[in-house]
Design a protein around this ligand. Sequence first.
Ligand SMILES: NC(=O)c1ccc[n+]([C@@H]2O[C@H](COP(=O)([O-])OP(=O)(O)OC[C@H]3O[C@@H](n4cnc5c(N)ncnc54)[C@H](OP(=O)(O)O)[C@@H]3O)[C@@H](O)[C@H]2O)c1
Length: 262
Amino acid sequence: MEIDLTGKTALVTGSTQGIGLAIAEGLARSGARVAVNGRRAERVDAAVAELRSAGGDVVGVTADVATEDGVDGLLAQLPAVDILVNNLGVFEAVEPRAITDAQWRAFFEVNVLSAVRLIRSYLPGMIERDWGRAIQIASDSAVVIPAEMIHYGVSKTALLAVTRGFAKDAAGTGVTVNSVIAGPTHTGGVEEFVYQLVDRSLPWEQAQREFMRAHRPQSLIQRLIEPAEIANMVVYLSSPLASATTGGALRVDGGYVDSILP
Ligand SMILES: NC(=O)c1ccc[n+]([C@@H]2O[C@H](COP(=O)([O-])OP(=O)(O)OC[C@H]3O[C@@H](n4cnc5c(N)ncnc54)[C@H](OP(=O)(O)O)[C@@H]3O)[C@@H](O)[C@H]2O)c1
């Protein structure tokens, strides 16, 4: 399979590190012009420099995409994209009955509404040009709701619904809208999350194994997923090759979700 995204412009939200950075790297390697995003200018500049040094056609957009003002500023710099990857998402472990109203609202704002705003902003141009891709990074937690972060799981379930709804909105056009169900992945953010749940004094390899055994026993690969493995699916979905896949949730979860359906 040859994936060539030359001539396409992509935005990956929350992409100065982790899964977002790997997706930006994958899209750039396939020839797309990629906009990297984060709230801190120095982190954005560092990510841009890293991807450019590998030969990528990359620009940086510093903006808080969880706010209306932030999205307005981003749209002023990047009025149209062919590929939108709503990667931004936050997570934290909180006892179910201890999640406050403010935390519920914050998770909806950051994990759901930020994606809705950007889809709403970019979809009309994609439909007009009769080509586009909107991809949301969901999570196994969208389907297997973890007791230690119900608010996160609910926000990711909502993203699956948002995806299905906007895919219907784009029906009959060359625009596809999908989500990717990412499983437990080896990122800096996750290392901190793992250490919220297992003994902080354990070295990383042991902590990872203990986390998978105690909190993610359903994983069929019994290891964390590497960010590049998520990026591979996103690059494929972003490509013209994936033209008949829309309205779906594609799994890169290490077999974590116990289902025979994709
Ligand atoms: N890691 C996992 O195991 C895992 C598993 C399943 C799904 N996921 C999903 O995958 C996605 C990426 O996760 P990750 O672990 O790779 O993330 P991460 O390492 O925590 O990275 C977060 C990125 O988002 C940026 N960011 C945070 N708030 C922002 C905002 N309001 N506006 C713009 N940028 C913002 C951060 O930069 P600044 O701080 O400078 O803004 C950083 O670049 C999320 O949707 C997550 O839910 C992750």
